[in-house]
Design a protein around this ligand. Structure first.
Ligand code: 3EB
Length: 342
């Protein structure tokens, strides 16, 4: 008799053309470019269907121009729901949620972020999916403001405040994996999207980087509350946005290619650490891995693609997106999904 599959074998993610039909197993579909004139009007419902609550548009430029969406699927039909400002899609094992908060309704980004995280944490504290594995934070004008007033730092203060109010959240339990990048929408909207589950994952830290929640004071009044990766039961590794930071310092300021090499070294070291943690063996990215590459300057794309071809290979599905990144000195950041196997 076959063993029942581990729970994460029921969670899959891939890049798919925008006009792909949306099955009833789709939890979330992230569409990157606003230039979406070519989509729509597929009778059964396409991935990039504005009417479908699972279709979330992030206006980050898709520099590969492939017109792909990132699609998260589970097993079995999904159900939709809302809770205050939160919209979610669930299937019994997983929940994909998102919310947009308009900063104009709060006194500042600290308060907006605190409200967003309080809503998220409050919702999950009493939901059937108490384990938030992975969060994407899209922050307008992320690098505006000087010193401790930089908006990314304000965001970190609001996030830390909300997490501090919830005793179950924290580094001992494992912060979610995360990404924090710019939100290009004209209005100041804080958008969070996330994946949560019935079962807990295991937070993984990097052998080459200080845990972000231990960054020293010089990077802001509140250190960033996220884990380098979340290892879901069964072996799906959700890797946070990873950049050219060694220890806590930004490396190769002004040099995108060297930053990319350092980032890939960090990524591989993290995957190796995750493999060692769970006695997994495949440390190499492959055809069922997934990379989102965020690039601050669009004109660095060709140089970045060339390095990716030689170091990662063309079989690994990769999207390159134009986006601002949380430290102004960082030019490139990569997040990954990688399935570990025993
Ligand atoms: C870093 O390693 C780069 O604040 O949620 C990457 C991923 C970064 C997530 C976050 C920040 C965050 O510090 C920045």
């Amino acid at each position: 008799m076959l063993a029942s599959p581990a729970v994460t074998e029921r969670l899959r993610t891939s890049f798919a053309p925008l006009d792909s039909p949306v099955g009833d197993d789709v939890l979330a579909a992230t569409v990157f470019s606003h230039e979406a004139g070519t989509l729509t009007q597929h009778p059964g419902g396409a991935i990039a269907n504005v009417q479908d609550p699972r279709c979330m548009r992030i206006g980050l430029a898709d520099l590969t121009g492939a017109g792909l969406a990132e699609v998260w699927r589970g097993n079995g039909p999904v159900r939709f729901g809302t809770a205050g400002s939160i919209r979610y899609v669930e299937n019994g094992d997983y929940l994909a949620g998102w919310l947009d908060l308009d900063e104009a309704r709060y006194s500042g980004l600290v308060e907006t972020t605190e409200a967003a995280y309080a809503a998220l944490l409050g919702f999950h504290a009493s939901s059937a999916y108490p384990h938030v594995w992975r969060i994407w934070n899209y922050i307008s004008a992320i690098n505006d403001g000087a010193g401790d007033e930089e908006r990314y730092r304000l965001f970190c203060v609001g996030r830390a405040r909300a997490l501090a109010a919830v005793p179950a959240a924290g580094p001992g339990i494992g912060y979610p994996a995360a990404t924090a990048v710019g939100n290009p929408s004209g209005a100041r909207i804080l958008r969070l999207s996330w994946i949560a589950a019935r079962e807990p994952g295991l937070a993984i830290e990097s052998p080459r980087q200080l845990s972000a929640y231990h960054y020293p004071r010089r990077y802001g009044p509140a250190s960033p509350s996220f884990s380098r990766a979340m290892l879901a039961p069964g072996g799906l590794l959700l890797v946070s946005g990873t950049a050219s930071i060694v220890g806590h310092e930004t490396r190769h300021e002004g040099d995108p290619v060297s930053q990319l090499h350092e980032t890939l070294d960090n990524l591989h070291a993290l995957i190796e650490r995750a493999c060692a943690t769970g006695s997994f063996r495949n440390t190499r990215l492959g055809a069922d891995s997934l990379l989102r590459v965020y690039l601050r300057h669009h004109e660095d794309r060709m140089a970045v693609e060339q390095v990716l071809r030689t170091r990662v290979g063309s079989s690994v599905p990769t999207l390159i997106l134009g986006a601002d990144i949380c430290r102004s000195g960082l030019l490139v950041e990569i997040e990954a999904v990688h399935r570990l196997e025993r």
